[in-house]
Design a protein around this ligand. Structure first.
Ligand SMILES: Cc1ncc(COP(=O)(O)O)c(C=O)c1O
Length: 442
């Protein structure tokens, strides 16, 4: 079918866009109509360099032929099969592949359709796990300020991005938060893990003292906080969190919806930092963004706690109609194959030093107050305009888009995460455009 590049749809009224200033957007829409590799094509016929892997998900680049073909073939073979008391081969194959690539202790995969659903699933498994082991009083959940764990009620309860929470009422009971690890006075312009802040993990010790360890089920954190603007964990922080969770019998959930599948140059951040969480939530890069899919990965210890009682009884009363959807599984299998055969995690790891040099070269651009990076993730924080927070970063975003690069903004921070197929020339192009957009913005 020929591409209908223009005009844009004549009526933008009905679609209520998520996480978007709808009225502003509809006055000057930015529409993408095609994609290939590192580039989108805009509705006005321009190539737009993808600086954000779509929304942190297209790690293998766009329209990767192997993935496209796998989806086409699967959809024509087995469109849907339930996973409730039924199955199909690909979901089992995929679960095996996932646990093979995950850290050693991970042995099982539960399928969902998004990061938000993975988070809800992991929180429920954590609470039910303790109950299955006779510790049903462990129901509290500990999250972290500035954390992002999707948009469902469990996720916003343990999350700590204020705008995502403030209008939605009291949320889950029994949730508490550690402080975040953002310490700009000590750590600004750090490269990789910042030196200061491991002691923020001791907030967990305080919360344990406050609530009693025997009431707490789990701690959920992003190993690198992504959506709040790429907060890289201070040296020693994750180790200390793991140590305290083990000491007090709390399950540690790593939310790897962004960091999973090569963003740091390894399969998961857990492998990168050599920390063993009890559960990992993932989504996004699992299918390269082509078909919605997420997963919760767990250890034998967590899984086996449920495998007791009469065998004819359902062990976990939880699941989604589309858990393990065959087309999503086909997309995921082809995606994992692509990551492996094209050595994309290795590419991310080998490009990371160049990425670091390039992003930190923007330090002298206008209004830049901090730059953070790890793997192929980075953030550039701007001083907010007095009385108009977020507007400066938004203006940079629009200027960059007009000049041919898609970046992402969160508050007054620009977040970057290119597809892992990137080459040095793409990084140069991205930072040239971004540098100009920064210097052109008052
Ligand atoms: C760490 C983390 N958890 C959960 C989510 C939610 O994922 P989804 O938008 O697929 O529901 C995201 C999305 O960015 C995320 O970054």
């Amino acid at each position: 079918m020929p591409l209908d590049l223009k005009p844009p749809p004549n009526d933008l009224r009905s679609f209520w866009l998520p996480f978007t200033a709808n009225r502003q957007f509809k006055k000057a829409p930015r529409l993408l109509v095609a994609a290939d590799g590192m580039y989108y094509r805009s509705h006005d016929g321009r190539d737009i360099l993808d600086g954000t892997a779509g929304l942190w998900c297209c790690n293998a680049g766009h329209n990767s032929p192997r993935i496209v073909k796998a989806v086409q073939e699967q959809v024509a073979t087995l469109d849907f099969a339930p996973s409730f008391q039924m199955g199909h081969p690909q979901s089992f194959t995929l679960a095996n592949r996932l646990v093979d690539m995950a850290p050693d202790d991970i042995e099982h995969a539960f399928f969902t359709n998004s990061g938000s659903e993975s988070v809800e699933t992991a929180l429920k498994i954590a609470i039910a796990y303790h109950r299955a082991r006779g510790e049903g009083q462990r129901t509290r959940l500990i999250g972290r300020e500035r954390g992002y764990h999707g948009v469902n009620f469990g996720g916003i309860s343990v999350g700590g991005m204020v705008n995502n929470r403030r209008v939605y009422g009291p949320m889950l009971n029994g949730v508490d938060h550690m402080r975040d690890t953002h310490l700009p006075e000590q750590n600004s312009f750090s490269r990789g893990c910042p030196a200061y802040g491991a002691d923020r993990a001791d907030d967990l010790e305080r919360l344990v003292a406050l609530h009693g360890h025997e009431t707490i089920a789990a701690v959920i954190i992003e190993p690198v906080a992504g959506s709040t603007g790429v907060l890289v964990p201070p040296v020693g922080y994750l180790e200390r969190i793991r140590e305290l969770c083990t000491k007090y019998g709390l399950l540690l959930i790593f939310d790897e919806v962004i960091t999973g599948f090569g963003r740091l140059g390894s399969s998961f951040a857990a492998a990168h930092f050599a920390i063993a969480p009890d559960l990992i939530t993932c989504a996004k890069g699992l299918t390269n963004g082509i078909i919605p899919m997420g997963a919760v990965l767990t250890t034998d210890d967590v899984h086996d706690a449920f495998m007791t009682g009469p065998e004819h009884l359902i062990e976990l009363f939880h699941g989604y109609t589309y858990s393990g959807n065959p087309v999503a599984c086909a997309a995921a299998l082809a995606t994992l194959q692509t990551y492996g055969e094209d050595r994309l995690f290795e590419n991310a790891a080998s490009l990371a030093p160049y990425w670091e040099e390039s992003i930190h070269a923007l330090r002298t651009c206008r209004n830049v107050i901090d730059i953070r990076n790890i793997g192929l993730m980075g953030a550039i924080e701007l001083a907010p305009r007095p009385g108009a927070p977020t507007q400066r970063a938004y203006d940079v975003f629009v200027k960059a888009y007009e000049a041919g690069a898609m970046i992402r903004v969160t508050g007054d921070t620009i977040a970057l995460s290119p597809p892992l197929i990137a080459e040095k020339e793409h990084i140069d192009q991205l930072f040239n455009i971004l540098g100009d957009a920064l210097n052109d913005t008052d």
